[in-house]
Ligand binder design. Structure first.
Ligand code: PEP
Ligand code: MG
Length: 680
């Protein structure tokens, strides 16, 4: 037997994501591995067991490994702990949001039209557009209800088979959701579902359930009581973050229980008629579980357009209004509403004429969407002959194929982070090469902009030791991290430049704030071209830090293109964390300050003969599209499902009118003014 004491340095202790990495390494070995913390002992191959140790940052654990491969197992575990085990920033953020939700004050929606807007009907509540589309139906307040647990015991084998089938089905649901989120380029947000999957595979949990079935308990009862007992232990832990993992256990437990209870598992709590769901906020899993046959759309009191809820809604094409304020929570169940995900309105108890109007808009919207899909292969040229390129944001090879089918004229942003996250060492050059080559080939010659690794700070990698940062969004992230770890950038650039021989790849550097960063990155790329004896490719930078926008004339001399990352540009310009639950309503990319930075960027680029794209969420916002086009943006890179509709919207615009609109928008005082201007 081998053993070792080691201190957990991870700033958030042994929480879900680091624990998951630890469990995955442990599972790769035959040896029996136990972890001790104080009086408590855990099976290192069980996530729940590890979580219940409650290991906080700075605590010492004792690892005992017993078996043939004990040396290798202990070395691997110690190495992965020493390298930092990654962090659970995403889960922490979700937990924080969940914790804060009850107190969350409905944001004053400075960035969006207010109730005094002439357009907003009196019987309506103004929220923020979360996902496009109009639906009409009775509201239903989503609360978790008790499920009737089947207590009748059939036979050991029947109960075990039922359990196995339910778990497999739950995994299928989680995998689908994960894939949908990846297609939206939100791989890191999707990581929470990896944790749920791991819980479904937990050896100790399953052993405990099977033991109860052996004692003639029904699968549902055995599952429920085991989940409840484990969740109780987790919830009782002192650390609030760890205790919040009980919610994940309940969440995933509830998913399986619903399946075991029949009614296809997902929506047995719903009324049997289609509804508009109203909730304070929805967890990613809640949103994942919404059945399109029963749920017409949803409205949340808190959250924001870049929240998990809204991102998932767009992925599911589910009309949504977010950040509508607490008033919606007090509405009676079953009253009819019109939910307008395009304008962010909820109209209460609409009259016949309002319903007729909404139906006409709904019908027109559906027809527009279908028509947009039908002609998605055609270019986006305004009625007066100005062409705008519409590209897709993707996070993997599968999405590249979908992008092409949707009519994307290229990939405006390949987020390469998906290759680097959730693993214990970086992908090797050859692995990266194969992925970039596949994507280049899938795009059949259309250009693909490969963004170099954009992690660090808020998205740490377990295999890169970085000092803890007080404010990671302002720390060593993006290009700063890559330049601090040139070996990472070197491998990635080698892979891209090799793959570029088999398609049209371009390179883009993220988070550039100073010319020296761009020059250093370019110099490395040039050096690699010489080394590989391959021609160079087009290179550009993301404009997502105000300094880069303000210095665009200087940068323009050294790039082939710019792509404006409005998500980060908004965050850094307005000094509002893009994931902040209370600020979501104010953090609006149509703020004139951001439009002025976009304007400056476009002018500087065009003066130097370079082109400019927009690859942040703003590029698909229907109210922003005419303004961005009017400012002279040459390319809009949007999520795959948005490609046909953005193309259609551009085709309906008059370029000279959008130019006038854009000038007026630049002169507006607030984001709200800009949105009202567009509405007019
Ligand atoms: C952005 O910041 O707008 C962007 C597209 O990059 P990401 O969302 O990946 O930070
Ligand atoms: Mg960004």
């Amino acid at each position: 037997m081998k053993q070792q004491d080691i201190v957990i340095q991870n700033p958030t202790g042994l929480h879900a994501r680091p624990a998951k990495i630890f469990v995955n390494i442990a599972k790769g070995f035959q040896a029996d591995i136990r972890v001790f913390h104080g009086e408590k002992k855990a099976n290192a191959k069980s996530l729940i067991s590890l979580l219940t140790l409650g290991v906080e940052s700075g605590s010492q654990i004792h690892i005992e490994v017993d078996g043939e491969d004990e040396d290798a197992a202990l070395t691997a575990l110690v190495e992965v702990i020493e390298s930092g085990l990654g962090e659970e920033e995403l889960i922490e953020r979700v937990a924080n949001e969940v914790e804060q939700a009850p107190e969350a004050v409905a944001p004053e929606k400075e960035g969006k039209p207010q109730t005094e807007s002439t357009a907003l009907p009196e019987n309506s509540i103004q929220g923020i557009p979360g996902a496009p589309g109009i639906v009409i139906g009775p509201i239903y307040h989503l609360k978790h209800t008790e499920i009737k647990v089947e207590e009748t015991f059939e036979s050991e084998s029947a109960e075990k088979n039922q359990l196995q089938a339910a778990i497999e089905k739950a995994k299928g649901q989680l995998t689908r959701l994960h894939a949908q989120m990846l297609a939206q380029g939100v791989g890191s947000e999707a990581a929470i579902f990896d944790v749920h999957m791991e819980l479904l595979d937990d050896v100790e949990l399953l052993d405990a359930v099977l033991a109860k079935i052996n004692q003639r308990q029904s699968a549902a009862l055995a599952w429920q009581s085991t989940i409840d007992a484990r969740a109780k232990v987790v919830a009782g832990l002192d650390d609030p973050l760890l205790a919040a993992r009980a919610a994940d256990l309940h969440d995933v437990g509830y998913r399986v229980l619903r399946i075991l209870a029949g009614a296809d598992g997902e929506n047995s709590v719903f009324p049997d008629h289609p509804v508009v769901v109203v909730a304070d906020d929805l967890s990613p899993s809640d949103t994942a579980s919404l059945d399109r046959d029963k749920v017409l759309g949803f409205c949340t009191a808190s959250g924001g357009p870049t929240s998990h809820t809204a991102i998932i809604a767009r992925a599911l094409s589910l009309p949504a209004v977010v950040s509508a304020g607490e008033r919606v929570l007090a509405l009676d169940d079953d009253i009819t509403v019109i939910l307008n995900g395009d304008s962010g309105w909820i109209t209460l108890k609409p009259g016949d004429d309002e319903i007729a109007k909404a139906k006409a808009m709904q019908q027109a919207g559906q027809e527009t969407r279908l028509e947009a899909q039908r002609v998605s292969g055609e270019p986006a040229i305004t009625i007066d002959g100005h062409r705008v390129e519409i590209a897709a944001n993707i996070g993997g090879a599968a999405e590249a194929r979908e992008a092409l089918i949707s009519g994307a004229e290229g990939v405006g942003l390949l987020r390469t982070e998906f290759l680097f996250l959730e693993r214990t060492n970086p992908p090797l050059e050859d692995e990266q090469f194969a992925v970039y080559r596949d994507i280049a080939q899938a795009m059949q010659g259309a250009p693909v902009i490969v963004r170099t690794l954009d992690v660090g700070g808020d998205k740490p990698l377990p295999y890169i030791k970085m000092p803890e940062e007080i404010n990671p969004f302002l720390g060593v992230r993006g290009i700063r991290l890559c330049l601090a770890r040139p070996e990472l950038l070197r491998e990635q650039l080698r892979a891209v430049l090799r793959a570029a021989q088999q398609g049209t790849l371009r390179i883009m550097f993220p988070m550039v704030s100073d010319l020296s960063e761009l020059l250093a990155a370019r110099a490395l790329a040039d050096e690699i071209c010489t080394e590989l004896d391959v021609p160079s490719v087009e290179m550009g930078i993301m404009i997502e830090v105000p300094s880069a926008a303000l210095m665009a004339d200087v940068f323009a001399e050294h790039v082939d293109f710019f792509s404006i990352g409005t998500n980060d540009l908004t965050q850094y310009t307005l000094a509002m964390d893009r994931m902040h639950p209370q600020l979501a309503g104010k953090s609006d990319g149509l703020h004139p300050a951001i439009l002025r930075l976009i304007d400056a960027t476009v002018k500087a680029a065009h003066d130097a003969g370079k082109w400019v794209g927009v690859c942040g969420e703003l590029g698909a916002d229907p109210q922003a599209v005419p303004i961005l086009v009017g400012l002279g943006v040459d390319e809009l890179s949007v999520t795959v499902p948005a490609v046909p509709t953005v193309k259609a919207q551009v085709r309906a615009l008059d370029y000279s009118e959008t130019q006038t609109l854009a000038r007026r928008a630049l002169a507006c005082a607030t984001a709200s003014d800009v949105r009202q201007l567009v509405e007019k």
